[in-house]
Write a protein that binds this ligand. Sequence first.
Ligand SMILES: [Zn+2]
Length: 323
Amino acid sequence: MSDFLENDICDIVQDILPLYHDGVCSEKSRMLVEKHVKACPKCGDLLRKLETADADEAKLIEERQHVLAHHEKQEKTLAMKIGMIIAALLLLPIIIMLLVTLSGGTDFRSDVVLISSMLLVAGLTVVPLISKQNRFAKMIIVSTLALLLVIFTTQQLFYHGSILEFFEIAFSVVFGLSIPFFPVILFDSSLPEGFQNKKGLITMIWDTVCFFLMMFTFGIAYPKALHDLIVAGSFGISLVWLIFLIVRYLPKHPLMKAGGVLLVIDAWFWLGIRQNWLTFEVGSYSGKILVAIYTTLALFGILLFIIGCIRSKMYPDYFKDKE
Ligand SMILES: [Zn+2]
């Protein structure tokens, strides 16, 4: 074999060497490379260089991950330390107040309210700093409990309110906070198998229970209004449930769902007027505007429903693709 030809083979082998190294060349190329590198020190050297470069890269990645993990750990330790410092700082005013109380300077009631207020501050700052996972959920839960404690101590010690009044306020607070925060807490946490894809349903049940607890405490406080509160409340809640069930569970085209939701809202509006649960004069100026809006809404709902119907007939595979 002449020098020229041998150099030619080297060139070819060096061209496919990266492919061989990645294991993506053809069987014939692989055999050619393996045979050649055994005989040719130059190409054999090149292959070994490729292999060591690979090992180096792997080592580099490993080192980088190690450094990142170390950093994360350091950050967590720092957060933990800051959390501890804030907790300690929160203890200071409490200790001072207690000392002043012991010497007869202030009222014990103020201390109790102060302590519960400090718990609220701790819930908002210390808890997210020292918890390792589900920080946001823990922060919301602890802060809500502390807030209820502040309301309870203030109300019982300074206003001599009844327990019923406390529960009225407590359920209203929990219901009000649940609407924005309960879904966030739920989506942040991992539920047991089986419940994992029922988070929307759990949120709805939780909010409904809170709502009726609130309504019942109002009803106990104002027995004459109990019937109206429960009836009007159920009327409103059932609309929310219907919308939820349509959107979440009805296996229909999205446009049909949207149309359905509009029609349900519309039906509730007319039903509310009919049953006198919505109090307004149909004949008045604002009444006429509302009637016009809801009539338009109904027509729009019907239109969306029909378009959805046609589209799901045109593309019957729509839901098969999604599953
Ligand atoms: Zn060679």
